[in-house]
Design a protein around this ligand. Structure first.
Ligand code: NDP
Length: 247
């Protein structure tokens, strides 16, 4: 425990796995109370117990970011339990790849509802709880929010959307001194790749992943921690991190 985030309350969505889980661990190790949100409550409870076992503080909050009623209820729970929120990390997301001509529109909708609208709704719902002067929103976009590869149109559309939303939000919140950071990782080894159903898109992805040493979730968590642990005068607007071997 390094104590840099002592007395801070952080909400991490997508905390049941991958980047969200690693980020939750990193923020808790720095002394924040971390509210762990996702759909799989058993995973969240296990992570909360692990954090408590290391001397940290965390609680589980079941949340489907694609359900407006869930989002509103989660914001209400945060208000009742903590009265405020200092750090929001929006990490919940899904990646469903396929060429446009063979895409399942239901997969496009799912990505838009989770990766983009869900992130926007969670942000909107918790903003009233953020104190002016030291609130911080961190949105996990992707390298796919900067470079749109063939076969990733729907996913890239959501991540370009997250980058645009984050920049507009950042400018809106400057007056309240609430900071906004967008993090854009290249390939990270997590469960994200497991959900791709299109066989050729999946094969291409696995080939790309085998060609370079991927990032680990902890590398992205370290980037998030860097952004949120800077002095209040420092606004880290954007962090783009690729595996060192990726072109
Ligand atoms: P994982 O699949 O390991 O984690 C995704 C998380 O999102 C899980 O905790 C999952 O929890 C949660 N989630 C999915 N749908 C919902 C929902 N409807 N409501 C709430 N939570 C949801 O993948 P990553 O950790 O890799 O992904 C985290 C973020 O990082 C995503 O936004 C992804 O796009 C982004 N990213 C990932 C990269 C990579 O290569 N892995 C690269 C660049 C960006 P549950 O199922 O329990 O709800």
């Amino acid at each position: 425990m390094d104590g840099l985030l002592a007395d801070r309350v952080a909400l991490v969505t997508g905390a049941s796995s991958g980047i969200g889980a690693a980020t939750a661990l990193r923020l808790a190790a720095a002394g924040a109370h971390v509210v762990l949100a996702a759909r799989r409550l058993d995973r969240l409870e296990a992570l909360a117990a692990g954090i408590a076992g290391q001397g940290g503080s965390a609680s589980a909050l079941p949340l489907d970011v694609a359900h407006d009623a869930d989002v509103a209820a989660a914001a209400g729970t945060l208000r009742d339990r903590h009265g405020r929120l200092d750090i929001l990390v929006n990490a919940a997301g899904v990646m469903l790849l396929s060429p446009v001509a063979e895409a399942d529109p239901a997969e496009w909708r799912r990505m838009v509802e989770i990766n983009l609208i869900g992130l926007m709704q969670v942000t909107r719902a918790v903003l009233p709880l953020m104190p002016s002067g030291h609130g911080h929103v961190v949105n996990i976009a992707s390298l796919a929010g900067r470079i749109a590869n063939p076969g990733a149109s729907g996913y890239a559309a959501t991540k370009f959307g997250v980058v645009a939303f984050s920049e507009s939000l950042r400018r809106e919140l400057v007056g309240r001194r609430i900071r906004v950071t967008v993090v854009e990782p290249g390939v990270v080894v997590t469960e994200l790749q497991e959900h791709v159903t299109h066989p050729a898109a999946r094969a291409t992805l696995l080939e790309r992943m085998a060609a370079v040493e991927s990032l680990e979730a902890e590398d992205v968590a370290a980037a998030v921690f860097y952004a949120v642990s800077q002095p209040p005068r420092v606004g880290v607007n954007e962090i783009l991190l690729r595996p060192a071997g990726q072109e």
